[in-house]
Ligand binder design. Structure first.
Ligand SMILES: Cc1ncc(COP(=O)(O)O)c(C=O)c1O
Length: 433
């Protein structure tokens, strides 16, 4: 990664240096106690001002011939979050039929929703009739679309041959990824399109989450080389994946820098090919990651002797923030206490599961990495940051029968507005027969 494409801590700490690693606004820090009193802990809190600011930065992505910003709603499909982006004019990338349904119910018009799914759609015909943009992610999906909607118009997702993610698990391009149609099968794509008289008007690639910006730029060129071979393509979707610094000092992608690079590529393509391509990008993480928090309580403090570790047990862990136990992902953690000495603390969750660790070593979910923090006490409020993306959406809910946590929006005027109630215990077993 280069300095020109990454801005240290740009989005995690938009107001500059903060003594609070989560970068939470003074307002949220002051209101954490109110969150606990009104909604209990653990509780997700989303900061509307942060969501809107990220969307505005992304909407300013440079593009010479038209631009569409899609929100990859898999990152956080909460209706409250969707409606913030709907009101700012964003469109949607949905990753299942169910997400399409959720976006429709959140008020997005069908034609502003794109379906990019690993699972062949069971509602393809209906969605096509309503105007949902179909993004074929395999030759099988393309064939199915051709049979259902001969003569139809669609998008195709290609695996351009190269990927990059913050970990191998989040890399969705290159030979080790099953996502999209392998670029060498372009001939088969064309043959299927010809057989069913399909018009491929968009080409799509998404190469991973937490992508190295330099790789993203290289893939732009590779994708445009593929567009050159498909004469009907008028729009190119370069996916999401923009790396976001969740931890203090960690770099975030500079969208202006990346956008200027893409602009040069699109203009050069127009000079070579004659087509002025409409540009789409579809970030998830970038739009939501640093505007989400989990407000939690320290429920116990234990240690394993002089040569061991000091553990703070929180009432949040893998049921709300699964990424650390899955990828060794790093989330900032604030113990909201003043005047305490500092200690090296391993933060763990409430599950009877040795993997329920909030502070693993970076990229290594099996190793402990104690954090320097205010020495925790039972009852302390604790804030886990960077929890807007792939947390509520990708949680191991109901493990140990803990009910799913509520979601709350911190509004611009400082009020707290409930988006989703805490699951009741009855709801945990309601489908048992
Ligand atoms: C097709 C597609 N588009 C966009 C995204 C969003 O990626 P990110 O959250 O890294 O921006 C994903 C995430 O996996 C995806 O699969």
């Amino acid at each position: 990664m280069t300095e020109t494409t990454l801005t240290p801590g740009a989005s995690a700490h938009p107001t500059g240096a903060s003594e609070h690693p989560t970068g939470a606004s003074a307002r949220l820090l002051a209101q954490a106690e109110e969150v606990r009193t009104r909604f209990g802990t653990p509780c997700y809190v989303y900061d509307r001002a942060g969501l809107e600011a990220a969307a505005r930065r992304a909407l300013a992505f440079p593009a010479p011939f038209g631009f569409t910003l899609r929100y990859a709603m898999k990152a956080n499909p909460s209706r409250g979050v969707l409606s913030v982006f709907r009101d700012l004019g964003l469109q949607i990338d949905a990753s299942s039929d169910h997400e399409v349904e959720r976006a429709l119910r959140a008020g997005f018009p069908a034609e502003k929703i794109q379906l990019t799914s690993q699972m062949p759609s069971r509602r393809l015909g209906e969605f096509f009739d309503r105007g949902v943009v179909f993004n074929a992610c395999s030759l099988h999906q393309l064939e199915e679309f051709g049979r259902l909607a001969p003569g139809g118009t669609l998008s195709v997702r290609l695996n351009p041959g190269l990927g990059s993610g913050s970990t191998n698990r989040t890399n969705t391009g290159g030979p080790a990824a099953s996502f999209g149609i392998w670029h060498e099968y372009l001939g088969d794509v064309k043959a299927l399109a010809d057989r069913h008289e399909l018009k491929i008007t968009r080409l799509h690639s998404h190469i991973g989450s937490g992508t190295d910006p330099d790789v993203w730029k290289r893939v732009t060129r590779m994708t445009l080389d593929l567009v050159a071979k498909l004469g009907d393509v008028a729009a190119v979707n370069l996916g999401g994946g923009f790396k976001v610094g969740r931890m203090p000092g960690e770099p975030s992608t500079d969208l202006q820098d990346i956008g200027e690079h893409v602009t040069r590529e699109l203009m050069a393509f127009r000079d070579r090919d004659g087509r002025a391509l409409h540009l789409e990008v579809e970030p998830g993480t970038y739009l939501v990651a640093t505007s989400g928090y989990v407000v939690a309580t320290c429920i116990d403090v234990v240690d394993t002797g002089r040569d061991g570790y000091l553990f703070a047990k929180l009432d949040t862990g893998m049921p709300e923030v699964t990424r650390p136990s899955l990828y060794g992902a790093q989330h900032p953690i604030d113990v909201l206490a003043t005047g305490r000495d500092q200690a090296d603390v391993v933060f763990v969750g409430p599950c009877c599961e040795s993997g329920d660790i909030l502070t693993p070593a970076p990229g290594d979910p099996e190793a402990l990495a104690p954090r320097r923090a205010a020495r925790p006490k039972i009852g302390d409020l604790v804030l886990v940051g960077g929890a807007g993306a792939y947390c509520a959406a990708m949680s191991t809910i109901n493990y140990n029968s803990y009910p799913q946590a509520p979601e709350v929006m911190l509004e611009g005027d400082g009020s707290l507005h409930l988006l989703r109630r805490r699951q009741s215990l009855d709801q945990v077993w309601t489908n048992e027969v």
